[in-house]
Design a binder for this molecule. Structure first.
Ligand code: PGA
Length: 896
């Protein structure tokens, strides 16, 4: 690591750590501080010498009572959160200094792959300027904020952490006076104290509406500013590089959401919740535009206006004096009316009959009129100011703030259609085979008469679950199409799954279809995706319905949970490749929607690597991608960081479209097939066939304890059984991350790579793939990163503390041996014993955290042990346990 470059990061971590130490000393009794310091020193010293001081640490911790354990856990948790803030701030600092700081060794410098550099590179590779410009003007990057329960930190604390980050930023100024410096330190001290005195654990499960409000807060506090800034920068870069500006209507960025719309496995998301969230979003949008318009009213005091504008105003005296303000005043009135209308709807009151903004054009047209007038009257510089920002916001956020997706699981639709066929005495849809189902659905879709009447809804066939599916579709029917995004069908298996949702929408009176998007998320479903879609495209009626384009969602986490990381990644790659070819053959535009989680096991990857790992041709200027939980905070929580992440998305999408990565050779494909065959067998051999795995998971990891953490509004399981199949991907990965075994990320992949490496015929191909194929290189980099966070000694400690069952201990030692082998294999591949040798910052970040996470792991195991010995609940133990979970998540920089 270049000392000069990263020294400020170390300095910030040291400063925040010291201030925390002072706080603890002042707040706690001196003995507590001594204990914490002792634990920290033992831990730091151990790690410094390459050991984990398990015995010494355990002796220190077991001597403490429950309350002391809670305080110690809180202290280490706090430190890790402070380290995260410093690191986050360091990213911003490096961005300003145009330096590389990327999570992945070969993802490359974010700045070297910034928009200006990408355009430059494309031009020097012979891509014509017009082609670049056309691609930029039609680029579409849509970020879908999901309600996925992975954010452990309370909003109350996030606010304090953001303030700390801001203060760190202020300390960088070179012109600070001594007093300002001292005031800055005092403010930091105050914030750290107030964080220390705040409960870090969310005590109540958020409701889906709370979740939606968190999403809105990210827009209000950050994206509302970041989006126009990112577009302003893009415009300037385009003009400098290509000599042309982007049209103001150009909207490469869009925001969508699942918060309050995703009902898959979440009974708390009902039709009325969705309606409430839709109203709240419109209210928020109106409120934000109101602030914009009031600001413009203050600024646009000019008199000169175009004839067009004067005609619009009808030539009153007032309008000839300050014409822009007159237009803006009208808009202000209408925005206020929109807010009032939404409030009335939210409170179930009568809706006042006033003009409101129901669509984007209502607001953008008058603003564009002002824009044209200003330009015509020689005030283009003014038009290019805040007015542009508002217009750009309108193209991104519209008047509904975001577009809301709906997601429901395929079996719920089957159940709903089955209720209808049973009611109509036609038999059981559920029992029909696929061709019978298709024939029925297509017949009904093409018929003009309605399928059911009120009698059905009053009948016993219409159970609560069925009624809810219909109620959701009715909500869609009552909602302005511009406020809605995709209807995503999770666990989509076959063509009828899509047709069923089309029929349910039609039956509910949906006039303008909500586009139906299958989510393919098991290995089999990914492998069959092209066949499924091809069967649909063979149907004239269907092909006609999607002639404007089809969207397909690829599920990263569930496929990895089903088949292991490598096999899932290859299945995702191949299905995207063949879907791309299929839709190209039919001349229908395809948008791939990537359901990536935050952590590696759930498909998480740095932006550029993620995009350049896609098969050539599959990006085609359009990308839709989920952003979840803590990732939303890390990537979009602060405006400056958000600008950078938005810019990276746009640059990488342009690059992946116009300079797509190489397609794999036949030899690479064959090797991938061999690798994934070994990998699936090894993965499933443990996850599906190992009889003790469920017991190991429930005994050694905090899987059960996690369900008590009020993370999100949805349950941890789809069904109430103890098996792995019904456990959602998030808690599955989360549990393994907490004990640092990281099983889902490497199990199977390690064995597959090892088999290839030890075969002299395969080894050269493997090396060639690593050196030349971005997809494979990315997968290996990701593996390396996760292995650097894995720690078999920590995992072994949990085992020792929590079980003496020989079968579980034997399984644990087998798993740790496999982890060890995987690390060795990777070292052999990279030729460096040291994982992450070429990513020193990441290495440093893990190193600096370990002495703080070690005590948390030990504490967690101790607390789990004490907890399980007791009958009934113990609030202190419970809290301490939750704090360790949150602290380890902070230490890993993701929950799992
Ligand atoms: P899902 O997502 O369980 O909602 O499909 C899983 C994930 O993001 O890991």
């Amino acid at each position: 690591m270049k000392t000069d470059l990263h020294a400020p990061l170390r300095e910030d971590v040291r400063l925040l750590g010291e201030l925390l130490g002072d706080t603890l000393r002042e707040q706690g009794d001196a003995a507590l501080f001594e204990t914490i310091e002792n634990i920290r020193k033992v831990s730091v010293q151990g790690r410094g010498e390459g050991r984990v001081e398990m015995d010494a640490l355990r002796d220190l911790l077991t001597a403490l009572d429950d309350q002391q354990l809670l305080n110690v856990a809180r202290a280490f948790n706090q430190f890790l959160n402070l380290a995260n803030i410093a690191e986050q701030h360091h990213r911003e600092r490096l961005r300003r200094h145009q330096q590389d700081f990327n999570d992945s060794p070969s993802a490359g410098a974010s700045t070297a792959h910034g928009m200006a550099e990408v355009i430059q590179r494309l031009r020097s590779n012979g891509v014509a300027d017009d082609e670049i410009y056309d691609c930029l003007t039609t680029l579409s990057v849509e970020l879908v904020l999901t309600a996925h329960p992975t954010e452990v930190t309370r909003r109350t604390l996030i606010r304090k952490y953001d303030n700390i980050a801001e203060l760190l930023g202020q300390r960088e100024r070179s012109d600070l006076t001594a007093e300002e410096k001292a005031t800055g330190i005092e403010s930091l001290r105050r914030l750290i104290l107030s964080a220390w005195c705040t409960d870090e654990i969310r005590r109540q499960k958020p409701t889906p509406v709370d979740e939606a409000k968190w999403g809105f807060a990210t827009i209000e506090q950050s994206l509302w500013y970041a989006v126009p800034t990112a577009l302003r920068e893009l415009d300037a870069i385009t003009e400098a590089a290509l000599g042309k500006r982007l049209p103001v209507s150009c909207s490469p960025l869009r925001i969508a959401s699942w918060m309050g719309g995703d009902r898959d496995g979440n009974p708390n998301v009902t039709a009325s919740v969705t309606r409430e969230v839709l109203c709240l979003a419109r209210w928020m949008a109106a409120d934000l535009y109101l602030r914009d318009i009031e600001n413009l009213m203050a600024d646009l005091s000019m008199q000169a206006a175009s004839d067009e504008l004067m005609q619009y105003l009808g030539g009153t005296t007032e309008s000839s004096y300050e014409p822009y303000r007159v237009v803006l005043r009208q808009l202000r009135q209408r925005l206020r009316a929109t807010r009032v209308r939404m409030e009335a709807m939210l409170n179930g009151k009568e809706v006042p009959a006033q003009k409101w903004f129901s669509c984007r054009e209502d607001l953008s047209e008058p603003l564009l009129l002002i824009d044209r007038s200003l330009r015509e009257c020689g005030m283009a510089t003014i038009a290019d100011g805040d007015l542009r920002d508002t217009l750009r916001r309108l193209s991104c956020f519209g008047v509904s703030l975001l577009s809301l997706d709906i997601r429901q699981e395929s079996s719920r639709h089957v159940q709903a259609v089955d209720a209808v066929t049973a009611y109509l005495s036609m038999g059981s849809y559920q029992d029909w085979n696929e061709s019978q189902r298709q024939a029925f659905l297509l017949g009904e879709l093409q018929s003009k008469r309605p399928l059911v009447n009120q009698g059905f809804f009053d009948s016993e066939y219409c159970t609560d679950d069925v009624a809810e599916v219909f109620a959701t579709c009715r909500t869609i029917a009552q909602t302005d199409a511009g406020a809605l995004g995709a209807y995503v069908i999770s666990m989509a298996h076959q063509p009828s799954d899509l047709l069923a949702v089309m029929l349910l929408q039609r039956e509910s009176g949906v006039a303008s279809w909500m586009r139906v998007v299958p989510l393919f998320e098991t290995l089999d479903d990914l492998n069959n995706a092209t066949e499924t879609m091809s069967a649909l495209l063979e149907i004239d009626w269907y092909r006609d319905k999607v002639s404007d384009g089809q969207e397909i969602m690829i599920g990263y986490s569930d496929s990895a949970k089903d088949a292991g990381y490598l096999a899932a990644a290859w299945a995702q790659f191949r299905s995207q490749e063949s879907l791309t070819a299929l839709f190209a053959r039919h001349g229908i535009a395809l948008t791939l929607f990537h359901g990536r989680g935050g952590s590696i096991s759930r498909g998480g990857a740095p932006t550029r690597m993620a995009l350049l790992s896609q098969p050539p041709g599959s990006v085609a200027g359009r990308i839709r991608v989920t952003e979840q939980g803590e990732v939303i905070r890390f990537k979009y929580g602060l405006p400056a960081v958000a600008v950078d992440n938005l810019a990276q998305y746009m640059a990488a999408t342009l690059e992946a479209t116009l300079a797509p990565p190489k397609a794999p050779t036949d030899a690479w494909r064959a090797e991938m097939d061999r690798l994934t065959e070994t990998s699936v067998a090894a993965y499933r051999g443990v996850v599906k066939d190992e009889p003790e795995l469920v017991r190991y998971l429930r005994t050694v990891t905090p899987e059960q304890e996690l369900t008590r953490l009020a993370l999100g509004s949805r349950p941890a399981r789809r069904k109430q059984d103890a098996g792995i199949a019904s456990l959602r991907a998030i808690p599955w990965v989360f549990a393994w991350t907490q004990i640092r075994l990281m099983l889902p990320a490497w199990l199977g992949t390690g064995a597959a790579l090892q088999a290839s490496l030890s075969d002299s015929a395969r080894q050269p191909i493997l090396k060639e793939m690593i050196g030349n194929w971005s997809f494979f290189q990315g997968a290996v980099d990701m593996l390396e990163m996760v292995l650097a966070k894995a720690d078999p000694i920590v995992a072994a400690y949990y085992e020792q503390r929590l079980t003496d069952d020989p079968a579980l201990l034997a399984l644990g030692s087998d798993l740790r041996q496999r982890l060890h082998d995987c690390v060795e294999t990777l070292a052999a591949i990279s030729g460096d014993k040291n994982l992450l040798a070429n990513n020193p910052v990441m290495q440093w970040s893990i190193k600096v955290r370990n002495p703080y996470t070690d005590p948390l792991h030990l504490l967690q195991a101790e607390l789990m042990h004490r907890h399980r010995q007791q009958e009934g609940s113990n609030a202190t133990l419970d809290s301490a346990l939750m704090v360790t979970i949150a602290g380890i998540a902070a230490g890993m920089r993701n929950t799992g």
